[in-house]
Design a protein around this ligand. Structure first.
Ligand code: ZN
Length: 685
């Protein structure tokens, strides 16, 4: 591992932060913390922390010795001054005299001595930083170090590799007890340049930011070179089928078997989002014939447990063309996982601080010959689980290459998994109504499609925006932000539709909601219109809806968790407008298509509903068209657009809200919701 410290950049950081009134020490603390946070081989997703001891003035102007320590949940790679709450150091140090400190007291201590009462809570490892005298302290969960210390003989290995320059602290969960123990180890030999926390990670100390950082890099490099020596060949491969199924065919099945059915009421399944990873190192790991031993031995560092649970779900390799059999065995294996998790909770329940059991579904699935899947309530969480799994693959592979991977006990993992102070890292979470669901919107470059994608994303769904105009889709997806996916798709081309859905599955793992919205209006007096125009309109306004629905249903059936098809059916479907035959006829057929899907797939839990919108400013209804129409009727544009019973203009947002209401109405299918401000001639029944 190479040092990433660049003196010129460090100086720039000092200058830049200096202008904002931030002292050089803290500027450098931020600079090197970011260097650490940006290297996945050192820390991942809110893991690790760092600190600085300095003097600052409190609100009354009094000079104080403070500990600036990373705030809980902050990511080191993107940390800002606000991510380092300042805490009065003396009262923290005084706590060392205490025999014990309850979790409640610890939670109060985390906030009691903050200089700024609005600051984020400091890291749960704050006291360890406070009890050590070093001015700068860095703490990482470096993968190479974990390979070395996740061993039965970690102390002996560390003594050899680090030559006595690091103290060795036996495993203990983070918190007061660990901080005291680490301080005791330090007191025995205060010349050490840092500490190893068995089965957890490494601390380095420095008089300045650079010294602490360079020591971290140097010790991790030592661990890396030890891992390169005397390596055993890992892992002997199991016998696998000749042709493995595609990840995009397997993912919907996995989603289905890892879903907690009816968890939020009948039909309200708690579905995971999937993040798929593969590569040589991952395949070598998942294909090993002993995978059940080393992959289920536990986490590589304790805080991973809140993201990936104590162990993964391991499946058999899915053979191409035999997915029905794979589905059956995967389903049994997933059930066994859930039972196993319930039993683990029941066994250790007394240590749960009164907390209810977390959802018992897997967070990580290993599939031989294919790779690994991270699971989470959102694409972000799934990605974090997958990143952690990748680090675990590397850490465990390294450990097995020089010895035998050894983790902490299930009871110790449970303590971390149910420790309120550890869980605080996840932040307060409000479960959104469409969390865990994947929505595909066609015609998403237009006003209605874009508004719909936005509304579904705000309700917690992962959204894929499909449009013939890739640029428009990308622009709308960027406006939504997060994991919103933009894809070019010609909905009149079956191959293009299949490909787009495959990409959605590759990104998120499946599809739960398809909003078939793309359309365009052709005009012509029906007795005179040429057939080519009529057929063109049928391609887009009927057959494309069928192609989208077919592609979605195929995935929904593989998942076995129901689903929702939503169609944009114009008012033309029930109330023809003069010269709008070429548009209205296929839309009428699409209205019937909705009912056919509702009928044929109701038993599979797949609902089909339509929104009957009229006179909405969108791709169909351009400014020019509106102006011409209004003029022809002798109306202002405003009066034309609000020419309905309520005299209110209907917006794309109104249509989007109607789609959302249908997606949330779990007992509603074959419904047509009218969004037209009131048009009695177009009223259904
Ligand atoms: Zn740690």
């Amino acid at each position: 591992m190479k040092s990433a410290w660049v003196e010129r950049e460090a100086k720039q950081a000092v200058d830049r932060y200096g202008k904002a009134g931030i002292a050089a020490d803290l500027a450098l603390r931020i600079y090197s913390t970011r260097l650490i946070g940006r290297d996945a081989k050192l820390v991942l997703h809110g893991g690790g922390n760092s600190s600085l001891k300095t003097t600052e003035r409190d609100l009354a102007g009094e000079k104080l010795t403070v500990l600036r320590v990373k705030g809980s949940g902050w990511d080191m790679g993107a940390i800002e001054p606000g991510g380092f709450p300042a805490v009065r150091l003396e009262p923290l140090r005084a706590l060392r005299a205490r025999k014990t400190l309850s979790d409640d007291a610890m939670a109060r201590v985390q906030r009691a001595y903050l200089i700024d009462p609005q600051a984020p809570s400091p890291s749960v490892e704050m006291l360890l930083h406070a009890f050590m005298p070093a001015k700068f302290i860095d703490h990482t969960h470096a993968t190479a170090v974990l390979s070395l210390i996740d061993q039965p003989n970690a102390a002996e290995l560390c003594a050899k590799v680090f030559g006595g320059r690091l103290g060795f602290v036996p495993y203990r969960m983070p918190g007061f007890g660990l901080a005291k123990e680490a301080a005791a180890v330090f007191d025995k030999n205060s010349k050490v340049e840092g500490l190893i926390l068995d089965k957890h990670g490494i601390f380095t100390f420095g008089a300045d930011a650079r010294e602490s950082y360079e020591r971290m890099i140097a010790f991790v490099s030592r661990a890396e070179s030890r891992l390169r020596k005397n390596r055993k060949a890992v892992f002997a491969a199991a016998k696998l089928p000749q042709r493995v199924a595609a990840a995009t065919d397997v993912a919907p099945i996995l989603r289905g078997v890892c879903t907690l059915h009816d968890a939020g009421g009948e039909g309200a399944h708690k579905r995971p989002i999937l993040a798929f990873r593969t590569g040589d190192a991952i395949l070598n790991f998942v294909n090993g014939k002993d995978v059940a031993r080393y992959a289920r031995a536990g986490v590589i560092t304790p805080d991973h447990v809140i993201r990936v649970k104590p162990w993964p779900l391991i499946l058999a390799a899915p053979q191409d063309g035999k997915l029905a059999g794979f589905q059956r065995t995967a389903s049994k294996a997933a059930q066994k996982f859930v039972d196993g998790y319930r039993a683990y909770f029941a066994r250790h329940k007394a240590r749960a601080h009164g907390a209810a059991m977390h959802d018992p579904a897997p967070r990580l699935v290993l599939v031989p010959d294919l790779g690994l899947f991270g699971l989470g309530a959102s694409a972000k969480d799934a990605g974090i689980a997958a990143d952690i799994a990748q680090a675990a693959v590397e850490g465990i592979t390294g450990a097995e290459a020089i010895g035998r991977f050894t983790s902490i006990s299930p009871a110790d993992m449970f303590d971390c998994e149910y420790w309120p102070l550890e869980l605080a890292k996840l932040g307060a979470r409000k479960e959104l109504p469409l969390a865990g669901q994947i929505a595909v919107v066609t015609g998403a470059g237009g006003a209605i499609g874009a508004a719909t994608a936005q509304v579904f994303a705000a309700a917690g769904a992962e959204v894929a925006l499909l449009d013939l105009d890739a640029g428009a889709a990308r622009q709308k997806a960027e406006a939504i932000g997060g994991s919103a996916l933009a894809l070019k798709c010609d909905v009149t081309d079956a191959a293009s539709v299949r490909d787009a859905f495959k990409q959605v599955v590759a990104a998120f793992g499946g599809v739960d909601i398809a909003i078939s919205n793309a359309g365009a209006a052709w005009q012509g007096k029906i007795g005179e219109v040429d057939e080519a125009t009529l057929r063109k309109s049928f391609e887009l306004n009927f057959f494309a809806h069928q192609k989208v629905a077919q592609a979605a249903v195929k995935i929904m059936l593989a998942q076995g968790t129901g689903g929702c098809l939503l169609f944009n059916v114009s008012k033309q479907a029930v109330n023809p407008g003069a010269n709008f035959g070429p548009y209205g006829l296929p839309k009428a057929a699409t209205l019937f298509l909705v009912r056919q899907y509702a009928l044929d797939y109701g038993a599979d839990g797949i609902r089909a509903n339509a929104v009957n919108a009229d006179r909405v400013r969108s791709g169909l209804l351009t400014g020019d068209f509106i102006a011409r129409r209004a003029k022809a009727r002798g109306l202002s544009e405003k009066d034309y657009m609000s020419g309905n019973l309520l005299q209110r203009e209907v917006t794309a947002q109104d249509v989007a809200q109607a789609f959302l209401a249908q997606a949330l109405a779990l007992k509603t299918t074959a419904d047509v919701t009218t969004v037209d401000g009131g048009n009695i001639a177009a009223a259904l029944r």
